[in-house]
Design a protein around this ligand. Structure first.
Ligand code: UD1
Ligand code: CA
Length: 449
């Protein structure tokens, strides 16, 4: 049977203490609800009804969805039962409906397919767990045979019911034709005056539909986010899991609690990552790469045997095999470094191409620069690439040697094997093999006695 996923994401998340819709808070660099969208996207025959309400346009524009996702507006947030009611007209009558709460991002696909299988047999199938502290969650009340009688929300629970340790994860699956019948019967006669989806359990029992609960022992799958503390704890948990996965695949980490991966990262075997590395977006690290402490790397590729020394920033760039970077260097803007090239202490490269074995080892700015192979850029060199209106190119031919503290005023071209004298301001092209000196001659003046 096809599955219609109903993801509830209309709430403001008052307990988060911020104006951002709760489901847009980031976990591992990705909105909470995006994790769910990604998990369900490749389940066969799936379609998604995403219920939005608080700042719906912002939620829509912040998510990456495919054409199988419909946004359904819940104008007033009158409860989880009311939220599901808004989607009923969009559901396929011969499907299974599976409800997910947008603030519980980490449920696994296998868990969902198990619930779907149970629903196909005609059950209302709910996912439960036993947290260390059940406070705040809906409690699972079972009858003598172990079937679920009802779910009681914290606010409505008696003191005996509050002692129940098994709680509702919020995830449930049921045949859509049953859901349509049952949800319409949910009322708001409770302490919060909300339409609770959880009332569906009692209503199903009255209709003779068996209610089966599956207890999930791996709590991480059902941990939700209701406040900043829970978001923090879930992020740490998520990061630890990612770090352990990297270690299993052969990466060496100085400390698995001091690496943050906000996006996708692959690390080749034999690579070492020192403390406080932050990876954002899509990053690929090759084999035997060393990354020093306090590095920030986003949307970049590092080939094998690259050495990145402390406090280096690499953004939107490609670093070839055996290159060295840092300490304190920053490359960005689609910079590519070819095999064996080096950018050292306090060097910034922006929209530049660094040819094989070329080096700029100290205090340099390379903007819109194109370096051939084996170029040597002396300390303190600056490409003056911006004239106030346009960005202009500096080309340094193979084997060229730029004297320390040169200003290369772009557009300008240094020929192959050419030289510039230290302290030069180079405004004109230099031909192959020439030495250019653009500085005042030194005069030594005798002191008057
Ligand atoms: C809910 C369950 C509780 C369960 C807990 C698990 C109900 C009544 N209670 O409580 O049994 O133990 O989750 O985490 O379902 N939402 C809407 N529209 C609304 C209300 C909520 O879309 O009108 C969305 C929220 O954005 C959120 C999700 O539904 O993503 C859950 O709502 P929340 O208020 O967090 O429910 P809990 O109080 O945590
Ligand atoms: Ca919740």
């Amino acid at each position: 049977m096809n599955t219609d996923f109903i993801i509830l994401a209309a709430g403001k998340g008052t307990r988060m203490g911020s104006d951002l819709p709760k489901v847009l808070n980031l976990l591992g660099g990705k909105p909470l609800v995006q994790h769910l969208l990604d998990t369900v996207s490749d389940i066969k025959g799936s379609r998604v009804q995403l219920v939005v309400g608080h700042k719906p346009e912002l939620v829509k524009s912040s998510l990456d969805t495919n054409k199988k996702t419909d946004f359904v507006l819940q104008k007033k947030q009158l409860g989880t039962g009311h939220a599901v009611k808004q989607t009923l007209k969009n559901l396929r009558s011969n499907s299974i409906s599976l409800v997910l709460y947008g603030d519980g991002p980490l449920v696994k696909k296998q868990t969902l397919t198990r619930l779907i299988a149970s629903a196909e047999k005609g059950n209302l199938s709910i996912l439960t767990y036993k947290p260390t502290d059940p406070h705040g969650y809906g409690r699972i009340v079972r009858d003598k045979k172990g079937l679920v009688e009802k779910i009681v929300e914290q606010k409505d629970a008696s003191s005996d019911e509050r002692k129940i340790s098994e709680v509702n994860s919020g995830i449930l699956a049921i045949k859509t034709k049953y859901l349509k019948d049952l949800v319409r019967k949910i009322s708001n006669k409770n302490a919060a005056k909300e339409y609770y989806l959880t009332d569906i359990v009692e209503i199903a029992n009255q209709a003779g539909i068996p209610v089966k609960a599956t207890i999930v022992s791996d709590h991480k799958q059902v941990l939700g986010v209701n406040n900043q503390q829970e978001l923090h704890d879930l992020e740490r948990q998520y990061q630890e899991d990612l770090a352990r996965q990297l270690i299993v695949k052969g990466a060496r980490l100085a400390d698995l609690s001091r690496i943050d991966v906000r996006g996708d990262l692959s690390v080749g075997s034999g690579s070492f990552i020192d403390i406080n590395a932050v990876f954002e977006g899509n990053n690929k690290i090759g084999k035997n790469v060393t990354i020093g402490p306090n590095c920030y790397i986003s949307n970049s590729i590092l080939a094998d045997d690259v050495k990145v020394l402390a406090n280096t920033v690499i953004e939107d760039s490609i670093v070839g095999a055996g290159c060295a970077l840092g300490p304190f260097s920053r490359i960005r803007g689609g910079t590519t470094m070819e095999k064996g090239s080096e950018l050292g202490n306090f060097v910034e490269a922006n929209r530049s191409h660094i040819g094989p074995s070329s080096k700029a080892k100290h205090l340099t700015y390379l903007g819109d620069a194109e370096l051939g192979s084996k170029v040597n850029v002396g300390a303190g060199t600056i490409t003056c690439n911006y004239d106030g209106k346009n960005k202009n190119k500096t080309i340094m031919g193979d084997g060229s040697f730029v004297g320390s503290n040169s200003s290369l005023v772009a557009p300008v071209k240094l020929g192959k094997d050419s030289y510039t004298g230290a302290g030069s301001v180079i405004t004109k092209n230099v031909k192959d093999g020439e030495l250019a000196i653009g500085r005042g001659r030194q005069i030594n003046i005798k002191k008057k006695k």
